[in-house]
Design a protein around this ligand. Structure first.
Ligand code: UDP
Ligand code: MG
Length: 348
């Protein structure tokens, strides 16, 4: 088995799938994903990253790795580190020339992958996607739209639909992502920064049929802060500008009151208006402090330099590529983003 793999070298296509408590979706995912890729006729591999699932996902992935050892690698995290950390780990272990990310819940049909690969083969080093008829709750869609507008106005990143994870990246783009030591990031945006010739295509979108969304409102807000703070400091600049504007207006107001005091006499009316203005400004100041906190918190996480994720085990029969990766890590220890607690080869 290993001989044939070595002879075959790098696969053309790697599919990276983050998995968090997806036992209900995995059997259908395996059938549809491997079916589509087998029909593609190009050498491929699937890299599944189990993001600390507490259900039977890891066992199902282990089973799939044993059923299709030549095309399957599984990275098991020690605990939940988040979807984007899982994709980063998948990128570290993906060896393909074209790397496709896909959610495990089948909201993005795997049958769209050949079209992405076609576009990538045409020379685009980043193939983004736009969900046709997005099948999510209206509140999610509304929030995405709002963040899309903020991201569009404040960053250099031009994506029509940033939230769709079914995307294809070239090896060069993925390597640039791998070399980026950021702790909190948003992969489609980060990869876009490194792309030379991005393209976008429309893909189908389906409602989640099994299990439920793994994003709580809290996780979703955090992720969107990662997106904005990770790519622009403009919100902070807007705040200083707003601060200047408010000070200027307040200055004029104080001057007016002083003059009025001299000419007309003391003023006691309008107390509630003053309270109103005051509460508004206090709210604004709190928001500003919170915003600075978002940046400072991320700087703190970054300077602590803890690993972005911890790997409990890697199930991999394709030992051929292991030394290459480990040499790369040894040469650049400070950059190594994840740490392997143990390595488990499953050549059985
Ligand atoms: N996911 C993950 N870690 C997490 C949350 C989600 O690996 O902490 C995975 C999840 O298993 C799925 C993908 O990320 O494959 C997208 O998650 P989900 O479908 O729940 O997000 P939504 O579609 O609601 O945005
Ligand atoms: Mg989903």
């Amino acid at each position: 088995m290993r001989g044939t793999l070595q002879a075959r070298g790098r696969p053309e296509v790697s599919i990276v799938v983050p998995v968090f408590n997806e036992e209900a979706s995995l059997p259908a995912l395996f059938a549809r994903l491997y079916g589509t890729l087998d029909r593609l006729g190009a050498p491929y591999e699937c890299v599944f990253v189990d993001d600390g699932s507490r259900d039977r996902s890891a066992a199902l992935l282990r089973g799939q790795q044993q059923a299709r050892p030549a095309e399957t690698r599984v990275v098991l995290f020690q605990r939940n580190f988040g979807q984007h950390a899982a994709i980063l780990a998948g990128f570290e272990y993906a060896a393909g020339e074209i790397i496709v990310t896909l959610d495990a819940d089948l909201q993005n049909p795997p049958e769209e992958i050949p079209r992405l690969i076609e576009t990538a083969r045409a020379g685009h080093d980043y193939v983004g996607t736009i969900r046709r008829g997005r099948q999510d709750h209206w509140a999610r869609r509304w929030m995405s739209r709002a963040i899309n507008i903020v991201r569009d106005r404040t960053t250099q990143i031009r994506l029509a639909d940033q939230g769709c994870m079914l995307r294809a990246y070239s090896r060069a783009v993925v390597e640039a992502v791998n070399a980026s030591p950021e702790v909190n990031t948003f992969i489609p945006a980060l990869a876009y920064l490194y792309a030379r010739d991005p393209a976008e295509i429309e893909v189908a979108h389906e409602p989640r049929r099994a299990g439920e969304s793994k994003y709580s409102l809290y996780k979703l807000v955090r992720l969107n802060f990662d997106l904005i703070t990770g790519f622009t400091a403009m919100p902070l600049q807007l705040f200083s500008m707003l601060g200047m504007a408010v000070s200027a207006i307040a200055g004029v107001f104080v001057a007016y009151l002083a003059l009025r005091r001299l000419i007309v006499g003391p003023e006691v009316q309008g107390l509630f208006t003053l309270f109103g203005i005051n509460f508004f400004l206090v709210g604004l100041a709190l928001f500003g402090i919170g915003l600075i906190g978002e940046y400072v918190g991320r700087i703190y996480e970054q300077v602590r330099g803890r690993p972005r994720y911890l790997i409990a085990a890697v199930l991999d029969s394709t030992e051929a590529r292991k030394p290459e990766r480990e040499t790369a890590r040894a040469a650049e220890p400070a950059r190594a983003p994840g740490r392997e607690a143990a390595r488990e080869a499953s050549d059985v």
